[in-house]
Design a protein around this ligand. Structure first.
Ligand code: ZN
Length: 161
């Protein structure tokens, strides 16, 4: 069972530069990741115990192939976060809808969203991007391969599209 301290060590090694790659992080903690076709649009992703598909951890992440890459990346980071933060609540698996609601409490979902943001948009890399002159939300979103809304939320500023 990975602790949050162990996970922070994993993260550090995968956060040397933007964009942070989510699948190698999942693989390193024993989770295989699959894109799933023909899912409804309001299903973002799930993490499931699986004998057929799982990595060493016993779990696999499935992500909606029809969603844009930025969204798929956030979904993978969110499901990784469920595994790291509260595997005891996952049981045989959970599914997250388009708003990242899985039936777990909203506090639990908020925790997974916070760690997902920490995975994809570490402050150290944001600050160094800003130092290099990448200081607009849309440019930062491209640099980190996240949605503009995810970057806006991270920076605590409203985004006008
Ligand atoms: Zn969730």
């Amino acid at each position: 069972m990975i602790t949050i301290l162990d996970f922070n060590d994993v993260l550090k090694r995968h956060q040397k530069e933007a964009p942070v790659q989510t699948v190698p992080i999942a693989n390193e903690i024993g989770i295989d990741v699959y894109k799933t076709l023909e899912w409804p649009n309001d299903l973002s992703g799930m993490i499931q115990k699986s004998e057929e598909y799982a990595g060493e951890s016993g779990y696999a992440i499935f992500v909606n192939a029809s969603h844009p890459e930025t969204r798929r990346r956030f979904t993978i980071a969110h499901e990784i976060s469920h595994f790291v933060l509260h595997r005891n609540l996952i049981g045989d698996g959970i599914k997250d809808d388009a708003l990242y609601r899985s039936g777990l409490s909203s506090a639990v979902e908020a925790g997974a969203n916070r760690l997902a943001a920490d995975i994809l948009m570490p402050w150290r890399l944001i600050n160094s991007a800003i130092d290099k002159g990448i200081d607009r939300i849309d440019a930062l979103a491209v640099h980190f391969n996240v949605s503009k809304s995810a970057m806006s939320i991270r920076l605590g500023v409203p985004y006008e599209s």
